[in-house]
Each structure stands twice: as structure tokens, then as C-alpha cells.
Design a protein around this ligand. Structure first.
Ligand code: PLP
Length: 411
């Protein structure tokens, strides 16, 4: 009786959890020390345990009962707006734009509201060929479709020509386009848009003055990318833009505050006019009401407390930086070994994942499993999660991957 509508994956096994289950089964068979499970999209410590920031959990334990139990306003508790704004911009909150925020259950919810509020049924949503797969299901569920441009050119630089061509195709038939850019520390490649890439993107947007462009920046991995100010420098470029360009920021507390399961995020608008900001607030309130209604009060309260208390914020930042350094070492270890053996990787800068492009990725993934390494075949490549592997494992994976690619593709 089910209506399929845009849900093209109904009945299909979830690839990620499928490979992860195979890894667990192999571990049960031959022991944890003989298997590398590189499937999970969460940060694990060197003993394979989920990293949970204790400073965040302490703040959670100190909440009053009403902060758990009471309904929160649909848009979010008032303190949360301030907290999200600080989380996004730190101490450099732009003064020349109109900022509004709307709570969402994670980055997922914020992306859902961005697509729901700023596109129409049947519209095409633009993102890169390498992308986080749930963009597709979110769009399809809403009756929209994700189309892609080629993220990298032959030299593995941002392919602005492809970006321009794809956007132009969409705008030939739509008067408005939603564009999703996942940076910094892109999932699945670890690429970070440079400031020059941003200049190109914005010049392209400016070249369509008679169309509206809503640029959703998915910053899910921002807080694990590197220097907090350096990795936020691009935000300054998103102010003072022509009024046909609306930047939206999809904020998530899942990674940066290790609150994955608490479902906490927000959509933030950097509106050039008060009218656009009001429209954002009104529309996202209705979209939220119609999907999850009120948000997770306790999660919002924790984030609000962290950003209202400099000592607590410093504690959270220090604790996170410790794990970020470890993550950076893992990424470096992988890339060093890949470099030594000439294994071509997508241009990794930072973050949880590294992707190795290859033909016949599904078969390569299976050959890799036979070598007791479990990673996710994604389109034309294999995604490795350095976030869930030790440095030693990160050093071991490139050689195994090379072996699997040679076995399947003969080169
Ligand atoms: N965007 C990207 C690229 C992601 O990888 C994720 C999570 O894995 C999200 C957004 C949203 O995460 P959440 O809804 O848990 O905040």
C-alpha cells in the first residue's frame, strides 16, 4: 500500500550499516586486532570508544528539570539564537546583515528546512558529485531532486567551470536555485573550499543577477577542521552580497559538541535585508511545526549554557582541540602513506573522511574486505573514516587499498 513517491531506496539495504555489520561479524570471527573497521562516521578514541566531550556532558547533567521537560518555542529558546550565532561566527558576528536562526534536529533537519522553504516541488537542488548521500533522500522526500556538478577538475582543484555549467542549466528553467556546499572538511573527501574557490563561486552567483540563489553552507565538520578563526574566514565573504544571493548556514552540534544522538542543530540565515530575514523566520517556523514541531529543549539549553559561559566554552574548546589534534595526526598518517606508495586520493584537507577514487568501487570494497579492511564504496571511490581508526590503522589502510585496487583493476 506504500506510495513510493520520491523514495527510490525503499526496501534497499542501507549500504553503510550493511558494511559495518560485516565488519562486526569479521571482528567476532577473528578478533578486533585483525580487522580494520573504517565505516563509521563518528569520532572514536584509540580504544574504539565513541569520543564524548565530558565538559558538554557535565553541562547537560546540571540542567534543571524544566530545561528537559518543558516545550521549547518552535524556533528555539531565545538564548539558543545567540548561542548558534556565536557558534557559527565566534567573536566576529557580522553587523551589516540580518541574522535569524531556527532550531532543527541536527544538520539533517536544517538541510531539510532549507530545501523545503527555498525550493518548489520538482526543483533541482545543486551539489557536488561527491556528496553526503542523505541530501538525495531529503530532497526526494520533499519531491525535489539533487543534481550534481563535478567537484574536482583533472588536477584535483575546484572545478568552477562545471559548477557554472550546472548552475546555468538549472537557472535556465528555474528562477531560483538552492545550492549546497559542504565545507570545510567535506564529507566524503575532506576537501575544504579555499578563499579563492569561494571567490569563484560568488562571482558565478553574481553573474545571474536576475535569478535568486540560496547558498546553503553545510558546516557539519567545521569545529573539527582546524584553527577556528582560519576555517571561518570564508564567512566574511558571505556578507555585502547582491540581494539575489541568500547565504544559509546549516549548523550541527552532532560532531563539534559530540551530541550526535541529542539531535541538535539550526538553520541560520545571513540575510541582506530585514524582509528576507523575517521571511526566513516565518517560513522555517511553519516548516518545523509541520515536521518535528518543537525541538530538543535540553540540547538547546546545553549549547546556550556553553556559549553564555566563557570558562565553560574554553573547557569545551580545549577538550575538543585535544581530539582534533589526534584526528589531524590520523589524517596525516593516511596521506603520508598514500603519498609514499602513489595512491591517488581526493584532496584531503581535514575532517573525518578521506576518499580514494577508483573504478569498480563495489568490487574493490569487497576485495578490501577480504583483506579484513572495511570501508564504504561511494560512487567511483572508497570512503575511509580516519575518525574511527587509530594512527596505526590509518598507516595500514593505504597499502591494503592499493592492493585491492590492483587486484580488481590491474593498476
Ligand atoms: N552534513 C554532512 C555532510 C554530514 O556528514 C552529516 C552527518 O553525518 C550531517 C550534515 C548532519 O548530521 P546531523 O543531522 O547528525 O547533525
Amino acid at each position: 500500500m506504500i506510495r513510493i513517491n520520491g523514495r527510490t531506496t525503499i526496501g534497499k539495504p542501507d549500504k553503510l550499516f550493511g558494511v559495518s555489520a560485516l565488519a562486526k561479524a569479521r571482528i567476532a570471527e577473528i578478533g578486533k586486532e585483525n580487522v580494520i573497521n573504517s565505516t563509521l562516521g563518528v569520532l572514536l578514541d584509540d580504544n574504539g570508544k565513541l569520543v564524548v566531550l565530558s565538559s558538554v556532558m557535565e553541562a547537560l547533567r546540571e540542567l534543571a528539570p524544566e530545561e528537559f521537560a518543558a516545550y521549547a518555542p518552535i524556533i528555539g529558546i531565545p538564548e539558543y539564537k545567540e548561542a548558534v550565532t556565536k557558534a557559527v561566527f565566534l567573536d566576529e558576528i557580522p553587523q551589516d546583515i540580518f541574522i535569524e536562526t531556527c532550531y532543527a534536529p541536527g544538520g539533517t533537519g536544517s538541510l531539510r528546512n532549507a530545501i523545503s522553504c527555498y525550493s518548489s516541488p520538482k526543483d533541482k537542488i545543486l551539489t557536488s558529485d561527491w556528496h553526503w548521500a542523505p541530501y538525495n533522500v531529503i530532497a526526494a522526500e520533499l519531491g525535489r531532486e539533487v543534481v550534481t556538478y563535478t567537484l574536482f577538475d583533472e588536477d584535483y582543484h575546484f572545478n568552477d567551470a562545471s559548477f557554472r555549467a550546472s548552475l546555468s542549466e538549472i537557472l535556465a528553467v528555474q528562477d531560483q536555485a538552492v545550492v549546497i556546499i559542504n565545507t570545510p572538511a567535506h564529507n566524503p573527501t575532506g576537501y575544504t573550499f579555499t578563499l579563492e574557490d569561494w571567490d569563484k563561486v560568488l562571482d558565478i552567483f553574481k553573474s545571474f543577477p536576475n535569478k535568486n540563489i540560496v547558498c546553503v553552507v553545510d558546516i557539519a565538520y567545521l569545529d573539527f577542521a582546524g584553527d577556528a578563526h582560519e576555517y571561518r574566514a570564508f564567512l566574511k565573504k558571505l556578507t555585502g552580497l547582491p540581494h539575489h544571493i541568500l547565504p544559509l548556514i546549516a549548523f550541527s552540534a552532532s560532531k563539534g559538541f559530540t551530541m550526535y544522538g541529542m539531535r541538535c542543530g539550526a538553520l541560520l540565515c545571513m540575510a541582506p535585508t530585514a524582509e528576507l530575514a523575517k521571511e526566513f523566520k516565518d517560513a522555517t517556523s511553519v516548516a518545523s511545526r509541520a515536521s518535528w514541531s518543537n525541538g530538543n529543549h535540553s540540547a538547546m539549553a546545553v549549547i546556550s549554557k556553553i556559549f553564555a559561559d566563557d570558562t565553560l566554552l574554553a573547557k569545551v574548546t580545549e577538550e575538543r582541540n585535544h581530539y582534533m589534534k589526534n584526528l589531524q595526526e590520523r589524517g596525516r598518517a593516511f596521506m603520508e602513506e598514500a603519498g609514499k606508495i602513489g595512491l591517488q586520493c581526493c584532496p584531503y584537507d581535514s575532517g573525518f573522511f578521506i576518499t580514494v577514487p577508483c573504478d569498480n568501487a563495489e568490487e574493490v570494497g569487497k576485495a578490501l574486505q577480504a583483506l579484513n579492511v572495511f570501508a564504504i564504496p561511494l560512487g567511483p571511490g572508497i570512503r575511509v573514516s580516519v575518525a574511527s581508526n587509530t594512527i596505526a590503522e590509518c598507516r595500514a589502510i593505504p597499502g591494503k587499498l592499493q592492493q585491492a585496487i590492483t587486484q580488481i583493476n590491474g593498476k
